[in-house]
Each structure stands twice: as structure tokens, then as C-alpha cells.
Design a protein around this ligand. Structure first.
Ligand code: ADP
Ligand code: MG
Length: 605
């Protein structure tokens, strides 16, 4: 006897629904996307019991004819694509013709729909794929769909839903992802009769304000900077936060062609633009929109998936990073010069944009000379290359970085750091306390040392003047086959900084010399650390690689936390530290120095 038979549609739909409709939020997403695809200018969302009892979406879009209304609930029925080729030019949100049949397989659905040109609309009631009613009705132009008792016929799924609070949060997040892309469409969202959002038509910035301007962790839109970049490959626009807007839970959104997406790789590109500007664990808010030819991204993945593959991610990374950096630079938050002076080539088509993207002017405070006040650098015989100023310049602007929480931002900088150098006191745990008439300064000794070494190493790398030290006995470095190309690519930089490596086999190298800052040890461990840090995904920009190498080596070579220091050592650290035009935070954003001015001390009593 034959055993294979076709499943009835209702069962097939229920199985498919498991994929497309997982929770009230996925249902909401499908319905609102349909309304947008139908050209709606105003969309109202109503939910009850976090969508478990009711999700209703009302739009003023195209509406449907009598037969389309019926067809819409058939599997693979769609008005949006006709042939496979269309999949590669998608400009609509939906295209699978799966949403409505999936929803009606697992809920009780009522739809009213009318086209502008029709006098009478259509009412359709479907329960678990069974059409109950189809009749003419009086209704407004557009479409209203009510989805009641989601998963009423799939108890296991219904039990699987989270608490109302969680499901409502999911609904709101989904709603936010959509409304942030369509400021030209008005939206409302009401939960159990309480209006949560009422968003009129406006600009992108007004929409961001409408969504986040009133929340508990209020986003202040005056702290946002506009970004804009048009290249042949991609158009980028949106807003990024000034460093002062950074927080632990910053609002961060990427969108591509009108769709929310997650993109950890591009996230890194944005963060890279903020290098040295943010304190540890603080993130900038951003709302970044990409427009790109539909054929160069792949959205034809799982319907609930938010990660989108770009054909040309590697080229977009530096464009994005430079665009954000230019915005920060234009507003004088950083000089818009690349960190080490190396320019990133941006394929720009628009000349105006080009002018905006590269503004290689450095704002230098008149009369400021980092070397006249602090003789220590030259006393120690270090070469002051013409690049020193470029190198340090970005860091001077980091002084806006917030201080450690218990020490309020001082009103002004200590006027003369050298006053603090004279009688340093070691505090338990690895801190240096320095007292002067002006106040009290506390320094994190290890971080201070890391910062000093970092700049020394970056300069050596840039000038190709690393000081190396021969090893009496070569140390062996064994690497894996996939690390080998990374290491080969790094060899020139490693040589500039003082490493000498001899290739024994494709996975074996002899280390014959190492940078003298490392002392006699740590050669292999430091190389491993460099390999893994450089291998962290996105390091294909030369200056970034050099910074990573310098930071890794500085961390390997710096004194360990808590190491007892002699007075002479402390003085040496302080004088070198204060010779840096900015010394308050490490290159990776951690606090090095905090201080209490005399006035601040007086205020405390
Ligand atoms: P898809 O959006 O992938 O085409 P759906 O199952 O979500 O598939 O919708 C099926 C069809 O129903 C759509 O192609 C569209 O023609 C029609 N439709 C759905 N919702 C609406 C709406 N709110 N207004 C007008 N037409 C709609
Ligand atoms: Mg759809």
C-alpha cells in the first residue's frame, strides 16, 4: 500500500506558520509590512494582552478586490513577485506570500478591506484556515485585519509564549524597527487601550525623537550628528551620537533598504570611528540607514532573520567608518584627520560629499606646543618626529571623556602637571597619589604605563624605527594553518616594531629578535595575542592593524597591576605620562587619571 500522501492545506499552513509566525511580534511585523507594501500613509496598531488576545492593524492603503481578498490567504499567493528573477530586485517588504496563510492557520482572523474605487468592501472571517464568512461590507478604504487568539489551536505554541511583559516588549521593538524607517508614514500603537506611540509624519530626526525622546533613558536628539555619504557602492545616511551621548544601553540601529538589520561587522566599523573617544563599556547611539542595489544584498534568508549578508562588506566597512569619523570631525569632536594620517580611499561619486568626507584640517590651539612645557620626551632622547603632533592631536579631544563616577568632572584642568610629580605616594593596589597646592591626583600606574608605551610604539611603527633585541636562543612559534596568512600579512609591521621571524615551515617560525620593550620574555605570548587581536574580524585597514599591534604590545610590556614601584619609577611614569598632550584615558578608553581640585575638595567639606 502506498503511504505517501499530500498534507491538507490547513496542516501544511500550520507547519509553515511555525516558521513565519513565532510570536505576536512576528505577526505584527508581517501585517504592518503588508500595509506599507500597500502604500499606506497612516497605520494604526492595537494589541490586547500583549497580542495574545488581539493584534489589529488598520491601514489606509490600496485595499483589495473581492477575489484578491480571498486569494491573499492562499499559500504562495502574492502580488509582489511573478518570477524567480524578481527575487533579486525586491523593493517590497513581503514577497513570499506566506504570511497571511500562516497567520490564519494559527489564529482567528477577521479582515475588512476596500479599494478606493469600490463602493462596497469585503469582510472575511477565517478560523484556523477554514473560511467562515466572506461577504460584502461597509468599511473605510484600506484594510483592517484583526488576529485573535493567536495559537488557539496549537496549545503547545501558546504555552511557549513568554510573559505579557516580554511579549509586549517584543511587539514594541518590532514596531520601532519599522517606524524608524518610515517617517513619511504616520503610526499609532495602543496596548490595552493605552496609546503608547502616536507618531505623526515628519523627518527622520523627528521620528527618532518621537520614538525615544520621551522614554526613561531619554535620547536627546540635539546630541545626534547627521551623517551622509553617497558612493557608487552604497548610500549611507542617518545619525550618530556625540561621544557625550554614549551610555551602556545606547540605542543602536542599522537599516538596509528599509529593513532593520543586525550587523556586528558594521557595528565595529562605527565603533572604530570613535576610537579613543569613549570610556570603557559606553557605546554611542546610532541610527544608520544603508541604501544599496537590492541585488548586492541577500535578504532571501529566513523570514524572521535580521542578519543580512552584503556582497561587499569589506569595502563598505572603511566607507562607514570614515563617514562617521567625518561627522564627528566636522563638529570638532575630533580633528577629522585619520588617526595616523593615513587616508582611507572613499569611492565617492558626488563631489560635494567628497568635500565633506575628507576634511583634513586639524584644529590646533594657537600657541599650544606639547613639547615646550614638557622637556621629558627630549630629555629621554626620544626622537620627536614631525608626526608626533598629528599622532597626539586626536587624543587632546578625548578630554571630554567622563571621569570615574565618584569624581565629578573638574571645572578646569590642573594648570601645571609638573607640580604633581614631586612627591608621588604609592597607594595599595597599583595607584599613585600626587598632591599639589592645586589638588589631589590619582593615577592608575599600569594604565599610565600602557598609554605611554602605546604612543611610543605607534610612533616607532609609523617611523619604522622599532628597537629590537636579539634572542640568544630562538623561540619557536607554532601557528595554525588559518593563522598563517594573517601572520604573513603582519610580518612587515612586526619587523618595523622589532620582531624578527624566520620561517621554518608553513606553521613554524623561529623568533630570533623581539622589540626591546618586551624585555627578555613574552615573545611568543605577545605574538599570539597580536594574532588573535588582529584576527578579530575586521582588521583590514593598515592604521588599525598598527594600533592593535601597539596596544597589544603595550599591554604585554606594561608593569602588572599592583606592582610595587619606587619613587623614582613613579616619577618617571608621571613625567612621561604628563608629557602626552592627553593622558586621561588609555587608547582603549579606560580611565588613567582622576583628580580633585582644591575647590572640589573644599566643596566636599
Ligand atoms: P506577501 O506580502 O509576501 O506577498 P502575504 O501573505 O503577506 O504575502 O500577503 C499576500 C498578498 O495579500 C499580498 O501580496 C498583497 O497583495 C495582499 N495584501 C496583504 N495585506 C494587504 C494590505 N494590508 N493591503 C492590501 N493588500 C494586502
Ligand atoms: Mg506580507
Amino acid at each position: 500500500m502506498d503511504v505517501i500522501r499530500l498534507l491538507p492545506d490547513s496542516v501544511a499552513n500550520q507547519i509553515a506558520a511555525g516558521e513565519v509566525i513565532q510570536r505576536p511580534a512576528s505577526c505584527l511585523k508581517e501585517l504592518v509590512e503588508n500595509s506599507l507594501d500597500a502604500g499606506a500613509r497612516a497605520i494604526r496598531v492595537l494589541v490586547r494582552d500583549a497580542g495574545k488576545t488581539l493584534i489589529q492593524v488598520i491601514d489606509d492603503g490600496s485595499g483589495m478586490s473581492v477575489s484578491d481578498a480571498r486569494m491573499a490567504f492562499e499559500r504562495h499567493a502574492t502580488s509582489k513577485i511573478r518570477e524567480a528573477q524578481d527575487l533579486f530586485h525586491l523593493r517590497t517588504m513581503g514577497f513570499r506570500g506566506e504570511a497571511l496563510p500562516s497567520i490564519c492557520a494559527v489564529a482567528q482572523v477577521t479582515m475588512h478591506t476596500r479599494r478606493q474605487q469600490d463602493e462596497i468592501g469585503t469582510l472575511l472571517e477565517i478560523n484556523g484556515s477554514q473560511v467562515q464568512t466572506q461577504e460584502p461590507c461597509q468599511c473605510a478604504a484600506g484594510t483592517s485585519i484583526q488576529v485573535k487568539n493567536l495559537f488557539f489551536n496549537v496549545p503547545a505554541r501558546r504555552r511557549f509564549l513568554k510573559s505579557d511583559q516580554t511579549e509586549l516588549r517584543n511587539l514594541i521593538t518590532t514596531f520601532q524597527h519599522i517606524v524608524l524607517v518610515y517617517p513619511e508614514v504616520a503610526f499609532t500603537f495602543a496596548s490595552d487601550d493605552e496609546v503608547i506611540y502616536d507618531l505623526p509624519v515628519g523627518t527622520f530626526k523627528q521620528r527618532i525623537e518621537g520614538v525615544f525622546g520621551k522614554s526613561k533613558n531619554k535620547l536627546i536628539t540635539s546630541q545626534l550628528l547627521e551623517i551622509k555619504q553617497q558612493t557608487e557602492l552604497v548610500t549611507i545616511h542617518g545619525y550618530v551620537g556625540k561621544p557625550e551621548a554614549a551610555s551602556k544601553q545606547a540605542q543602536q540601529f542599522f537599516f538596509v533598504n528599509g529593513r532593520y538589520m543586525r550587523h556586528p561587522y558594521f557595528h565595529k566599523a562605527v565603533l572604530q570611528a570613535y576610537t579613543g573617544m569613549l570610556p570603557a563599556e559606553q557605546l554611542p547611539p546610532y541610527f544608520i540607514y544603508f541604501d544599496i542595489a537590492p541585488e548586492s544584498i541577500d535578504v532571501n534568508v529566513h523570514p524572521t532573520k535580521t542578519e543580512i549578508k552584503f556582497a561587499d562588506e569589506q569595502s563598505i566597512f572603511p566607507i562607514l567608518s570614515a563617514t562617521v569619523r567625518a561627522a564627528l570631525g566636522k563638529f570638532n569632536i575630533v580633528p577629522s584627520i585619520d588617526f595616523l594620517g593615513g587616508d582611507i580611499e572613499i569611492p565617492v561619486s558626488d563631489t560635494q560629499m567628497r568635500a565633506n568626507a575628507k576634511v583634513p584640517q586639524i584644529h590646533v590651539t594657537e600657541g599650544y606646543n606639547p613639547f615646550t612645557r614638557h622637556r621629558s620626551i627630549t630629555e629621554q632622547g626620544e626622537r620627536v618626529s614631525p608626526h608626533w603632533q598629528d599622532l597626539y592631536e586626536p587624543l587632546r579631544h578625548q578630554q571630554t571623556a567622563p571621569e570615574a563616577p565618584h569624581y565629578p568632572e573638574p571645572a578646569d584642568e590642573p594648570r601645571d602637571e609638573s607640580a604633581y610629580i614631586d612627591h608621588p605616594q604609592a597607594l595599595a593596589g597599583g595607584y599613585i597619589a600626587c598632591v599639589a597646592d592645586e589638588g589631589l591626583m590619582l593615577v592608575h600606574a599600569r594604565r599610565a604605563h600602557i598609554t605611554i608605551l602605546y604612543y611610543q610604539l605607534v610612533s616607532q611603527l609609523q617611523n619604522r624605527q622599532g628597537v629590537s633585541q636579539q634572542l640568544l636562543f630562538a623561540e619557536q612559534l607554532t601557528i595554525s594553518a588559518d593563522e598563517q596568512p594573517v601572520l604573513e600579512a603582519l610580518l612587515p609591521d612586526l619587523r618595523y616594531i622589532g620582531f624578527e621571524l624566520e620561517r621554518v615551515s608553513s606553521t613554524q617560525y623561529d623568533i630570533t629578535a623581539l622589540p626591546s620593550v618586551l624585555g627578555n620574555n613574552n615573545a611568543e605570548a605577545s605574538l599570539r595575542a597580536i594574532l588573535s587581536r588582529v584576527g578579530e574580524g575586521d582588521a583590514n585597514i593598515q592604521q588599525d592593524i598598527q594600533q592593535r599591534i601597539a596596544l597589544t604590545l603595550a599591554q604585554s610590556a606594561a608593569i602588572p597591576m599592583g606592582k610595587p614601584l619606587s619613587e623614582a619609577e613613579m616619577r618617571d611614569i608621571l613625567s612621561r605620562l604628563f608629557a602626552l598632550p592627553s593622558y586621561r584615558i588609555t587608547p582603549d578608553g579606560k580611565t588613567v587619571v582622576t583628580w580633585l581640585s582644591a575647590e572640589e575638595i573644599a566643596r566636599r567639606f
